[in-house]
Design a protein around this ligand. Structure first.
Ligand code: ATP
Ligand code: MG
Length: 562
């Protein structure tokens, strides 16, 4: 699949297809005009940008139609779930800017679900099956031919009731029996071929402890949980479309409130993976530092990287909702954060690859304070003072010895403006024995400082700088795409997604930053002028500043690849 890039993304006009369904329902007075959604994560990992799309959609729709959204943990698989995940999920949703109406757990409904299962057994719509997992899948067969009925399918109601109760009481080992819905072994939809409702699992649950040793399957728990909560529109991703007949079947068989399931295309982004299983593997096998490693597509990773809630919400809004799967180019996500940080980030100067610049005609031992604008996009942010002196650091790439004509930065004999300061002229170059440039010598024109008679004199280039005697050092972490191929889920024979990890996705450098960085307010956003957007990492301390690069000022990746 071709990834969509920024220019192909058209702004959303009118209603998306889910809003159209909802407005139709409201017009028809369905659910008394109420709109009640839910976000149902399984607490088996951290949330990622795909979940963010679902969150924005569910909460956004409820807000738009004056409804409510529940947070429901789909905790029906005790083996993989944990409170650590529950806590992180709540933190991430709130950070994104949403507040749920109520917090529920599918496990809150275990007793009700059990009672409903009894009801289905009594009505001859469910039975206990002693077949093994393999036997059951063999009986199901293939979609093109009817399946085979289990030899246990026609057990009496009383036998089923007795066995199911004993399953609950813990009499049987894991995997020895299941409860199945009695639907249609000939259905072309495999999900309707007597799906499993309950399995035996002697495992401790993070909420219900050892109270249960039978656990409901997703298909039996999900719709009924929606129903109990009075959800009107149960929005889920496309792979559940084939489950919808089953969702509907349970609601009808139980004669309970029947929410409408609506499916939309899940979000895929290139150069990353989005399955929780793979993300967990990256963490467990230490391919990344943690769930919140800034290279991860997790919400906590993006947050640590310097993404703002607004940028993620804008991204979700821009991509919209579709009924067909597609892949979104990661540069669109980067575009969204760049746009937001341009408005918010304070400007500062940093030198990542330093080269010494000496102003020969600036008096030794002298320094002065210059004024710099904190954010040209927001004058309320005011100005700050910058120390200037005879010895500066500039970016090595801003000097070139044999420069071509269109190089407007520094070269011998040419002039540039030092941002917020003076116009300087490069006079000579100092080299070491190997011929490596160790310093460049310049002269400055004192009349060209801001507010001076010649301050408006124009030169072609402006470069950033730091006073060597005043600046601070900082660790700067630079990130690249985690995978070097657009689709790491698509693997060649004999390989796994891990074979496509980009070995250069993290680069740690020592850089110079302005002396103003005395406090280390985590996550504060900055624009390193002419370079990109950066934020202060949580590893940062008064002794050691640590910055993460959020995104470069311009989309350099697209250029590289054209
Ligand atoms: P995984 O398959 O990686 O474990 P999941 O879909 O099982 O992910 P859940 O915790 O069940 O993860 O997801 C909670 C909600 O988020 C579901 O409604 C699911 O459809 C939605 N969701 C998950 N991944 C995406 C995605 N990539 N794009 C949009 N919505 C998603
Ligand atoms: Mg799931």
């Amino acid at each position: 699949m071709e990834a969509k890039n920024t220019s192909e993304t058209t702004p959303k006009v009118g209603l998306n297809f889910i809003e159209a369904i909802i407005e139709e329902d409201i017009r028809n007075g369905k659910n008394d005009g109420k709109v009640y959604t839910r976000f149902p994560p399984e607490p088996n990992g951290y949330l990622h940008i795909g979940h963010a799309k679902s969150i924005c959609l569910n909460f956004g729709i409820a807000k738009k139609y004056h409804g409510k959204t529940n947070l429901r943990f789909d905790d029906t698989n005790p083996v993989k779930e944990d409170v650590e995940y529950v806590d992180s999920i709540k933190e991430d949703i709130q950070w994104l800017g949403f507040q749920w109406h109520a917090e529920y757990y599918a496990s809150d409904y275990f007793e009700q679900l059990y009672q409903w299962a009894i009801q289905l057994i009594e009505e001859g719509k469910a039975y206990v099956d002693d077949s093994t997992q393999e036997e059951i899948s063999r009986q199901r067969g293939v979609p093109t031919a009817p399946g085979i009925e289990s030899p246990y399918r026609n057990r009496s109601v009383s036998e089923n009731l007795d066995l199911f109760q004993r399953m609950r009481q813990g009499e049987f080992p894991d995997g020895s029996r299941v409860l199945r819905a009695k639907i249609d072994m000939a259905s072309p939809n495999m999900h309707m071929r007597d799906p499993i409702m309950y399995r035996i699992l002697h495992a401790e649950h993070h909420r219900t402890g050892n109270q249960w040793c039978i656990y409901p399957m997703y298909d039996y728990a999900h719709g009924q949980s929606d129903s109990i909560e009075g959800i009107t529109h149960s929005i889920c991703t496309l792979e559940f479309e084939v489950h919808r007949p089953l969702y509907d079947w349970f609601c009808k068989a139980l004669r309970i409130h029947h929410p409408q399931q609506i499916e939309f295309a899940r979000l895929n982004i290139n150069y990353t993976v989005m399955s929780k299983r793979k993300l967990l593997q990256l963490v467990q096998e230490k391919h990344v530092r943690a769930w919140d490693d800034p290279r991860m597509p997790t919400i906590c990773g993006l947050r640590r990287r310097g993404y703002t809630p607004e940028s993620i919400r804008n991204f979700a809004e821009t991509i919209g909702v579709a009924k067909r799967d597609n892949v979104i180019d990661i540069s669109l996500l980067e575009f969204c954060v760049r746009e937001d940080l341009n408005k918010k980030a304070l400007r500062t100067m940093a030198v990542l690859d330093p080269l010494k610049l000496i102003i020969d005609n600036y008096p030794e031992g002298q320094s002065e304070m210059l004024q710099a604008v904190n954010n040209p996009e927001n004058k309320n942010e005011g100005v700050r003072s910058l120390p200037f002196s005879r010895e500066l650091w500039i970016e090595r790439s801003d000097f070139m010895e044999d420069a071509p004509k269109d190089f407007f930065r520094l070269t011998v004999g040419k002039e540039v403006r030092l941002k917020y300061a003076y116009i300087i002229k490069c006079e000579s170059v100092e080299k070491d024995a190997e011929g490596k440039i160790t310093a460049i010598h310049c002269t400055y024109d004192p009349q060209t400082r801001s507010g001076m008679p010649d301050s408006s004199r124009k030169v072609k280039g402006t470069i950033h700088w730091l006073s060597a005697a005043h600046c601070k050092t900082a660790e700067v972490r630079l990130f690249d795409r985690l995978f070097y191929v657009p689709n790491p889920d698509e693997v060649e024979e004999g390989k796994t997604f891990l074979d496509y990890l980009n070995p250069d996705s993290l680069q740690i450098i020592n850089a110079f930053v302005e002396p103003m960085f005395i406090n280390t307010n985590h996550l504060a956003h900055y624009q390193f002028e002419r370079i990109g957007y950066f934020c202060i990492d949580k590893d940062s301390s008064a002794e050691k500043l640590v910055f993460n690069k959020t995104v470069s000022l311009k989309d350099t990746w697209t250029k590289h690849n054209k």
